[in-house]
Ligand binder design. Sequence first.
Ligand code: FES
Length: 359
Amino acid sequence: MEGDAMMEGTRDAAEPADFGAQPAATGPASPGGAGRAARAAQRRAFAGRYALLPLRLFLGATYGYAGLYKLADSHYLAGAGDPQSFYAQSLAAKAHSPVGWALAPALHQPTFFGLLIAFGELAVGLGTLFGLWGRIAALGGAVLSLTLFLTVSFNISPYFLGNDLPYLMAWTALVLAGTPYLSVDGFLAGRAERDRRRGLDEEAVRRRTVLDGSIAAVALGGAGLLVGSLTATFVRRKPKAGTAAPSAAKPVGGGGPKASVAVADVPVGGSATVADPGSGDAVYIVQPRTGQYCGFSAICTHAGCTVNPPKNGQFSCPCHGSAFDAATGAVITGPAVKPLPKYTVTKDGDRLDLGPLQS
Ligand code: FES
């Protein structure tokens, strides 16, 4: 049955080596012992055959979701005025990437390249999930991960805090193994094997396999294009009020209790921590130069980790390596692209009071 072939795929050709097998017993074996050994060998072979299936499903689903997420994000193609846009992130990456020069075309045609990446991720995700031209899809995923590693997360230290390098390694495993089981590739390979046994010549078998694979690719690509276009048209999220541009200063805590620290607790170059009475978020009150006080949100604008207190004139984020200027809050090193929100601080005798949020 053809369905069975899809399940089995190229089982014979791709049977994994049974590295865990025990040496054969030299003495006489009981029938029960031989049965148990055979079942154990079958279990090991089954586990080896499907070992990469969870990874494949995860990568396929994640890349498909990542593509749709970008298409549904109103900031993604917003352009230079929006710090969360593809353009602004490419501009920030250009300043720190070892291949920053390669980003020039993306900065000239940000809409085209932004859509190319979003639909590319969607295509890679669908090809991987369905196991259609699995090696090519995995190669596409590896290229995307390598591009993101070199442009976005290259400066993250230590390197294991960035996630693009692990994705690159995971895709490499699928490039090597392909998608021979529970996949369209497996179905086509199984059918080709039966065609050979029926006596069909090799050229005819190859033509049939390539033609049917191409038809499936066009159908799946068309479905992806349709879903992506519908997502971009109807599901695109509206920007929250006040996120596209800095809002006017507003009082902290709405007239509630003030956050304050003793002047003596904030040395030049150092900081003291208070909580924003409105949100409860941590805020560093700093003195970058003698007699000059201000406050900065301790929440990293990349993904919400708490940045470390200022050291050597910088706030550093322990999650992905962003660094911010301790005097202005400006981004020194990405992946963050937005500065830390800044607060006014007023001196009242020997106390420093946290004032309004400026941006
Ligand atoms: S750099 Fe990613 S959360 Fe700070």
